[in-house]
Design a protein around this ligand. Structure first.
Ligand SMILES: [Zn+2]
Length: 172
């Protein structure tokens, strides 16, 4: 059944790159702009379609659209190693004890021992864990990291992985 116009405008559309890589889930309003301006087209793969009406136009908006222009995500750059980006990656949790309180940045291999200020050597740590660890290497402290620190993935690749996972049939 066709939902109400107001509900309709809450729908999400998956946008694929020109090379058929699923990129992101976008609001239907953004999808309409891309379709109307010729920057995207319907994807045949698509299942559902929504009919969007304005006073002058009736538009069929599919669940999946494909960009007809080059992929803007190509210009994505790895974010700098900053408090904000590290805390975001680590979901504002100390990577040793899980605390959300008094977070600081910890160099897993201390800078004094040649550790770099890089995505794979910097984690969020609470003040308590950070001072407990001090200027030592992990194996000298008996402390454990919850996860191996990694650089963030290109958002389109992260989205594609998650998208294809969700498309798999349940009983295989
Ligand atoms: Zn902690």
């Amino acid at each position: 059944m066709q939902p109400q116009q107001s509900q309709l405008l809450q729908q999400q559309v998956v946008v694929f790159s020109k090379n058929y890589l699923p990129l992101a889930r976008i609001n239907i309003k953004r999808a309409i702009v891309l379709l109307v301006t010729g920057q995207a087209e319907s994807l045949a793969y698509s299942g559902q379609q929504w009919e969007v009406r304005s006073p002058s136009v009736v538009l069929q908006v599919p669940e999946h659209i494909r960009l007809t222009v080059s992929n803007p995500e190509r210009h994505w750059k790895l974010p700098p190693v900053s408090r904000r980006e590290i805390f975001r990656r680590d979901q504002h949790r100390c990577q040793y004890c899980g605390s959300h309180q008094h977070l600081t940045l910890d160099h897993v291999i201390p800078r004094s021992k040649g550790g770099t200020h890089s995505w794979d050597n910097v984690v969020a740590a609470c003040e308590r864990c950070n001072s407990r660890k001090g200027d030592r290497l992990l194996h000298e402290t008996g402390m454990l990291l919850k996860a191996k620190p990694k650089a963030p993935m290109h958002p389109a690749i992260a989205f594609a992985e998650q998208f294809w996972k969700a498309q798999q049939p349940i009983d295989t």
